[in-house]
Design a protein around this ligand. Structure first.
Ligand SMILES: Nc1ncnc2c1ncn2[C@@H]1O[C@H](COP(=O)(O)OP(=O)(O)OP(=O)(O)O)[C@@H](O)[C@H]1O
Length: 125
């Protein structure tokens, strides 16, 4: 299975997105954050640096949730029973997701604050 073509590997990556979307409610919730970010960008139409910041934080949100889901799935397969080490592992990856989610909230708040007049102007229409 090693050294597959770029197209094949891209297909596996999309399959990973599909699997997470079908199986994980929290992944679907984080996709919602990405959609919110995209809508915010389209409404505010900020400077290019903001597009880069929002794209980066959205990618981080999705990526960390995928890693979280993968680690949880691996834990559940390797050790279906209750174990304090499994709890520690799952709690730590959840902590990583929380850190990135909080950063996403800060980015959204900063974007809205920096473009408050634009947001209010659009909402008034
Ligand atoms: N096998 C286990 N042994 C001990 N504690 C566990 C085990 N599985 C889950 N837990 C505890 O339950 C919490 C929730 O685990 P669960 O697998 O339900 O993930 P989750 O919260 O549904 O994650 P997500 O919402 O990201 O899918 C973990 O953070 C951990 O504290």
């Amino acid at each position: 299975m090693k050294n597959r073509s770029l197209i094949a590997r891209t297909g596996f990556a999309f399959a990973g997105w599909r699997t997470a979307f079908q199986r994980e409610r929290s992944f679907r919730a984080h996709v919602g954050i990405v959609i919110f970010g995209a809508v915010l960008l389209l409404i505010v139409r900020p400077e290019p640096i903001w597009w880069a910041i929002v794209a980066l934080i959205c990618a981080l949100v999705v990526a960390i949730e995928l890693v979280n889901s993968a680690i949880e799935a691996l834990c559940d397969m390797l050790h279906p029973g209750i174990h304090p080490e499994i709890k520690a592992v799952k709690d730590m990856v959840s902590g990583a997701v929380l850190a990135v989610t909080l950063a996403a909230i800060v980015v959204a708040a900063a974007l809205i604050y920096a473009h408050w007049h634009v947001v209010m102007g659009k909402l008034a229409l």
